[in-house]
Design a protein around this ligand. Structure first.
Ligand code: MG
Length: 290
């Protein structure tokens, strides 16, 4: 099932994506009104929502504005750094950030206020950064939370998957010696176009993903090249920290980012970035001066 959050006639709704239409039950009938409510309701809420959606008036996708599937996460987005082998290798020799293959997951977060939806215009923040970079990533949304989740059970705790562009201000990452500010600029977490429930993704470690800038392929890889797979990430994050329904984990980016290129490439106003994962969808955003 593909689940979207969208704006329609000045209201924010959630619905099931069915080809080119959205099936959105009326929340007045008692179904969850937000994606976080739907996730928190567990399998039974999802089943009721799906049933109610089947009798909803179809809305053409063209008539609504898709938002991030979780427009206002309850907590920061947890992100893996250096989690694709070739991406670690491409940082060798970089003056920005060169690393070795990590023995333990490298984890940082992005502020919730950085989240924007598909099609949203992303500000380049030219007053504070000249090194805004792209990073296509598979994002995992937690369904049932927990602590000390075992690896063999970990994928059962996934509600679904979506696409995140982990836009990164490289100069801020270096200047502040920590990732948070450089990863948290307003607009720097495009998410979407929708959330695909876990039953539709038979193997999260075999998904092709790619990023195009102005139509040119910059990143092109497969999730099989992750250093730590999704199950391991969930197990390691939850060792001493309770994961909650609706938590979002960005699982790292493959090679082909801008700062490792010769010469380095960064995003400019007018650029268009399209991040795509097979089986999920394409997330497209344009850059503006802002
Ligand atoms: Mg990243």
């Amino acid at each position: 099932m593909r689940l979207a959050t969208f704006a329609y006639r000045n209201t924010v709704r959630i619905g099931v994506v069915d080809n080119n239409t959205l099936l959105s039950p009326d929340p007045a009938a008692g179904t969850p009104a937000t994606m976080l409510e739907l996730i928190a309701g567990g399998e039974s809420a999802l089943a009721r929502f799906f049933t109610a959606a089947q009798v909803a008036q179809p809305l053409p996708v063209d008539h609504v504005r898709l938002l991030a599937p979780i427009p206002q996460p309850a907590r920061n987005i947890m992100c893996l750094g250096f989690n694709y082998v070739e991406h670690v290798q491409e940082t060798a020799g970089s003056t920005v950030d060169a690393r070795a293959i990590p023995e333990h997951p490298v984890v940082f977060t992005k502020n919730t206020t950085s989240v924007v939806g598909p099609g949203a215009q992303v500000p380049c923040h030219p007053d504070i950064t000249s090194e805004l970079d792209w990073e296509v990533e598979l994002a995992v949304v937690i369904g049932s939370g927990g602590r000390a989740i075992r690896e063999p059970d970990a994928l059962d705790h996934v509600f679904g998957y979506t696409v995140i562009n982990d836009l990164s201000a490289r100069d801020l990452q270096v200047r502040h010696q920590q990732f948070f500010l450089g990863k948290s600029l307003d607009g720097s977490c495009p998410m979407g176009p929708w959330l695909v429930t876990r039953d539709e993704i038979s193997d999260p470690q075999n998904l092709n993903l790619r990023c195009r800038v102005n139509g040119e392929i910059k990143q092109n890889s497969n999730t099989q090249h992750m250093v730590f797979d999704v199950a391991t990430i969930i197990a390691r994050l939850s060792r001493g920290m309770t994961l909650q329904p609706g938590d979002i984990i960005a699982t790292g980016t493959p090679s082909g980012v801008g700062f490792t290129r010769e010469p380095p490439e960064f995003l400019r106003p007018g650029d268009t970035v399209a991040c795509e994962i097979d089986g999920i969808g394409m997330l497209t955003n344009s850059l503006v001066a802002g």
